[in-house]
Design a protein around this ligand. Structure first.
Ligand code: ACO
Length: 168
């Protein structure tokens, strides 16, 4: 056995990356629900272990250093099929290398090509300058509205959107 690990094998490592980088955390079954329902939309960045992939003596799973967890909105209030970025993060050791940009572009492309998503949406803390730069300046998302006290600690969120119809 020298199988390449599946996305599902990596879920615990994705969860560790999320817990390390963000206060918004989820049960493992929520990651699993994303993986089973929209397998095209979520991506990881991994560091390969020195001794090869899991499934043999001395082998280990690759370490997840970045992920994007994404879904299709199940009951869109505007009636338009669209994707949603549930969570994105990159380990501090691997930031400013273009990993988040690449993960986001891959997910957006898959939303358009696999699900004919009209647009992608997300929420971001108003104080999160790094993520705001990424979404607005690098990727071209626009602020749709402010959602007051969106986060558990009372901080407001920008609700952002990006049109994907040019990728159909
Ligand atoms: N300051 C300003 N702009 C930044 C910064 C920063 N510290 N980091 C990234 N950017 C912007 C820049 O525009 C950058 O382009 P440039 O390097 O050409 O200037 C662009 O983002 C792309 O940078 P990447 O290297 O792709 O971003 P990175 O891989 O470092 O990840 C991320 C960015 C995800 C925001 C990372 O800092 C992180 O994990 N932060 C903590 C978790 C987080 O805030 N996640 C987003 C929450 S919102 C949500 O999940 C929907």
């Amino acid at each position: 056995l020298s199988s390449y690990p599946s996305y599902i094998d990596l879920l615990p490592s994705i969860q560790t990356c999320n817990i390390t980088n963000l206060p918004e955390n989820y049960f493992l079954k929520y990651y699993l629900y994303h993986a089973l329902t929209w397998p095209q939309l979520s991506f990881v960045a991994v560091v390969r272990p020195k001794n090869g992939y899991a499934a043999g003596p001395g082998k280990e799973y690759p370490k997840v250093v970045g992920y994007v967890l994404a879904k299709m909105e199940e009951e869109p209030t505007d009636g338009l099929a669209h994707g949603h970025i549930t969570s994105l993060s990159v380990m501090r050791t691997h930031r400013r290398l273009g990993i988040a940009e690449r993960l986001m572009r891959m997910s957006q492309r898959a939303m358009a090509e696999s699900h004919r998503a009209n647009y992608a949406s997300l929420h971001v803390r108003m104080s999160n300058t790094a993520a705001l730069h990424l979404y607005r300046d690098t990727l071209g998302f626009e602020v749709e509205k402010v959602e007051s006290k969106y986060y558990a600690d009372g901080e407001d969120a920008y609700a952002m959107k990006m049109d994907l119809r040019s990728m159909w």
